[in-house]
Design a protein around this ligand. Structure first.
Ligand SMILES: *Cc1c(COP(=O)(O)O)cnc(C)c1O
Length: 227
């Protein structure tokens, strides 16, 4: 999309977020828009920055490591969320590049992230990803294991866990998944609830999302993922 198209799309999404907050009797500033720039070039991020967007999401660490560090010098307050499933061998790169890692979902990864934080001297906020739909192909801790894993991530691994994240099944009503995640976060005293994408962020806000991850509605369609 052109720079003016990205600016217009961002303004439209921000207006819809404000309306969804108003409908839910929530303060306008209670939801942060994470602009998901995966597969889109650095120029698209620059256009969004020029339109006032500060928070971005990428699902691949490698892509984020190429795209973002050069932009930070000129935009020191921008923030990057890693939102894709992480291999343990990418933990150190993730800790180096991210301000928030949204996809902590298993003990091995929690340990690798903790070790990387110690080595890098950097402590990005962490979210625990929950596989609310129990889908075998999807990342995220199972519902039945979520309580124990959230505690272990904080207490055993010492991670700065600030919230939870989910991606509901595409073919289901997302609202029960959103409600479940918001309840689980409240139960653990966690402030961040990352849920809702281009197609369903308003429903997520109604259920208590504090972070919505919106990609295609801002930057346009992506090429289909390989495989
Ligand atoms: C790509 C992606 C998004 C954004 O999806 P859109 O439908 O383009 O808004 C949100 N969350 C995650 C984890 C993603 O990988």
């Amino acid at each position: 999309m052109s720079d003016t198209a990205i600016a217009a799309a961002l303004a439209a999404i921000r207006a819809r977020i404000a309306e969804a907050c108003a409908r839910a009797n929530r303060p306008a500033g209670s939801v942060t828009l994470v602009a998901v720039s995966k597969t889109h070039p650095q120029q698209a991020v620059l256009d969004a920055l020029a339109a006032g967007q500060q928070v971005f999401g990428e699902n691949r660490v490698q892509e984020a490591a190429e795209k973002f560090p050069p932009l930070r010098a000129a935009h020191p307050t921008m923030r990057l969320h890693i939102i894709g499933g992480l291999q343990t061998n990418k933990a150190r790169d993730a800790v180096r590049v991210a301000d928030v890692i949204e996809t902590i979902d298993r003990p091995k990864l929690a340990a690798a992230i903790a070790e990387a934080m110690a080595k890098e001297g950097r402590r990005p906020d962490c979210l625990v990803q929950v596989n609310t739909g129990e889908e075998p192909q999807k990342s995220g801790v199972a519902r039945a294991d979520a309580d124990a894993f959230i505690r272990a991530a904080r207490e055993e691994h010492g991670l700065p866990v600030t919230g939870l994240m989910c991606i509901p099944p595409v073919d289901e009503d997302p609202r029960p998944h959103f409600a479940y995640l918001a309840n689980l976060a409240a139960k653990h005293g966690l402030r961040e609830v990352s849920m809702g994408m281009s197609a369903d962020f308003e429903a997520a806000i109604a259920e208590g999302a504090t972070l919505v991850r919106v990609g295609s509605a801002i930057f346009g369609a992506r090429p289909p993922a390989p495989g």
